[in-house]
Design a protein around this ligand. Sequence first.
Ligand SMILES: *Cc1c(COP(=O)(O)O)cnc(C)c1O
Ligand SMILES: [Zn+2]
Length: 363
Amino acid sequence: MNRLICSLCNKEYSLNEKIWKCDCEGLLDIDFKAKFPLEKIKTRQPNMWRYREAIPIDNDSNIVSFNEGFTPILEFVFEGRPVLIKQDHLFQTGSFKDRGASVLVSKIKELGIDYVIEDSSGNAGCAVSAYCAKAHIDCEIFVPQDIQESKLKQIKSYGAKVNKVSESREKAAESVLKYVQDQYYASHCWNPFFFQGTKTLAYEICEQLGWKAPDSIVLPVGNGSLLLGVFIGFNDLLKAGIIKKIPKIIAVQSKNCAPLYIAFKNKLDNVFPISKLNTIAEGISISNPVRGKQIIEAVKISKGDFIAVSENKIKTSLKEMYKKGFYIEPTSAVAIAGLKEYLHQLSKSELIVSVFTGHGLKK
Ligand SMILES: *Cc1c(COP(=O)(O)O)cnc(C)c1O
Ligand SMILES: [Zn+2]
């Protein structure tokens, strides 16, 4: 218990090793016994660090936090049915990625690392840059040529060094992998500590429902930093005996970039890179997700499903949300479009939760 473990060769490492991948190049996961002293949790500040015993940081003095989390969960009605939506666009840097960045940068501080690298098309770069700024850790963000100007500005404002890579996001990820070999990679895909932050979304949902799991959760998915985090979170609660089942994970992609959906529907265990088309859901426009196999497995274990939605449906859902007073980013509307599709297929009533993942102001 409490170790890093390789997803390929099962080699184990201490949580305090300054590594982000296995010697065999495999992805690392974290095995950690999360504890939930419910009486204590109840008395704490309404932020994600109230689940202190579930987060693998040794010393409180290393916590890098803006009191993030415990976002409101609001009721909506779609297709005549009630649905709850977690307001995770309401974060310091404007997306749920702050959950991951808070834990990851805390761990980076704990390890005594003073320089890290990340690559991102936007929100992950913004989150890691802001938390590094707070912790006085230098960071360098690789971004693709076509990054949104607003997100680039935000990353630079926090003082991060920006490395614009020619061509696509896939190329940015490729060149960073070569560059980062001997450095610490603060990646929201590779680094397992990031998921130890995004998992708190599952904790909050259950606590806000009176320590109960919903029947299903509808999530947008690209690299899976949200989906895999949520899967880990629900499993932590299940293992601790707090919930009785994990919700079905309904994973939504844009039809224009749906490698996970395609693999799942073709009953493949592995995900193959696809050539993608443009999508307004640029936050999940990932043609080759490094944790693809894990994402498919998580959805399967949860007895969930994949849904792919058209650009038109995404745009319609986005406008619908605007008209209700929610200024979210287009990627967030993917979940709403998927949610509507899911409700169409559903015969019985279910307790369903979805998430607004990013704020519209930086669009
Ligand atoms: C990162 C992100 C997502 C989820 O993407 P993953 O790559 O699966 O983690 C969804 N919406 C927004 C706005 C994001 O920034
Ligand atoms: Zn290994």
